[in-house]
Every structure is written in C-alpha cells, then in structure tokens.
Design a protein around this ligand. Sequence first.
Ligand SMILES: [Fe+2]
Ligand SMILES: [Fe+2]
Length: 293
Amino acid sequence: MSIEATSAAAEISDDVLAPVSEWWLSGTPLEAEHQRLMRRRSVPIPWEASTASQLTADERRRLAETWTRRASAEYLAVSTFSVLAIDLVSAAAPADVLSLCLRAGIDEVRHAELCLRMVEIYGERRIAPPPGMSSLPDDKTRPRLHQAIANTMLVSCVAETYATTVLTATRDITIDPAAHAVLTSIYSDEVMHARLGWSYLRYAIELGGQGAIDAAAAMVPVALRGVANVIERERPIGEITQRVRDHGLMTAAEERVVFSEFVREVAVPGFEALGIPCGSAVEDYGPAWAEAA
Ligand SMILES: [Fe+2]
Ligand SMILES: [Fe+2]
C-alpha cells in the first residue's frame, strides 16, 4: 500500500471509529477496543444526510417510537445469541458454527447502537435500550442436539431469516439516506445470522437422522408463531404518512403480507428441502391471516 493510500485508510478508519451512540458507553478505556470491534466490517453511515428535520413533530415521534422498539429488539438479540451459543456448545457444535454465533451477538450490540442513534435523530433524546433478557425454551430432558436444533430454528432459521426479508422490503421503500444506510448495514449482518442457522440445521440433521428431523418438525409451528406474535402486536400510535414511509416504516398490513410470503416462499421450502415436514404452515399464514390486519 502506498503512503497516500495508507493515510487515506487511516482517515477512513478514524471516521469509522467514531462512536455511534457515545452515551451508551462505559466511560472507561474499554471504549477504544469496543470501537474497533464494532466498526470492523461496517460502512460509515451518512448521519448528516438525514432528512429528519423536514418531518412534522408527529412524524418524528412515530419514527422515534419505532426505532426505540427496534433498539430494544436488537438489544434482546444480544442475549438470544448468547443463550444459543450455550446450546450449541453443549451440543458440541463445530468451531465455525460457534464463532459465527458468538460474532452474531457482537453484531447485535452494533445494531442496538445504530438504533439508539436513530432514536436521537428522530426523537431528539438519548436513551439506553430498555433492559431485557431473551427467554428461549430450555428442555433439560431432551438430547442436547435436539435442544440446539430447536433454538437454532427459532432464532436463526425463522426470526433472523424473516428479518432479512422484512429488511429488504423496508429498505426498498426507504428514501432517506441515513435510514437507508442503517437498514442496509443491519441487513448485511442478518444475512449471515440466517445462514448460520440453516447451515447448522443441515449439519445437525446429517448427524442426528430421524430424531433430529422430528425435533425440527415439532419446532416449525412454534417458531413461526413466535414471529407472528410480534407482527400481530399493537403498533405505536401515529399515522404512517408517505414521508414516514420514506424513512423506512411499513404498515402492519404490509408486514403481514411480507411474513405470509416468507412462510410460503422461504421458510417452508427451506425446511422441506432438508426433509422437515411443515404441516399446515402455508395455510396457517395464508391469505386469511395476511389480510386480517
Ligand atoms: Fe440485528
Ligand atoms: Fe441478527
């Protein structure tokens, strides 16, 4: 690398290493190493290009509320991957599965930071994520492989894979440059969080045979219901105007359609390709459910 290129890289790196939500840091020397961990793979976000100032107070409130919910979901996902890592370790999962699962937890810290910054941009207030701990099912009586399969399906094959689908659809309607960059940055990590689960599932089925397939099949309706519950939950108050949409917000009705398509075109074909029967999943989340909002 030439000297110019080296100094250009250093400039970019200084920029990239600026804290995204500094109020959520410890104020100790850990911060510098944290910045290196957090920015390792990310592209800088054009925060100054945000068009939030052109919105009405109601529109900003609606977006701040949504990003607050997103921050708390991302924060919760940190503990989700920690618990999944414990399940995978106790099932003697291979090294690449373990390292990617632990890295996913780190990615979720970064996602939470990005969301907090968005809350500041729209709500003009600095918050920390509300405390919360993920509660994944834990059945001590069953084989550890089956426990690992169950939670991999819940977390990665369904929740994270759906996240990639809904982020793609949301990004497609987003015009605001800062919101678009944040959604893109989160999306690029969620793709790997989804791939982690599908890869482990294939590995675990080859290892565990019919017993593993049965454990996976039992989890299909549970995992899909978990995401459906989140989609069916009531939304923050406030109209989703065209300008709110431009900042990356879909209606509840649109999200139902996205989930219905996800079940039919992504989740069920993926599970069936691995030999996992999906029962009535496609009908359960068919047009009647999609249009019920
Ligand atoms: Fe995330
Ligand atoms: Fe994720």
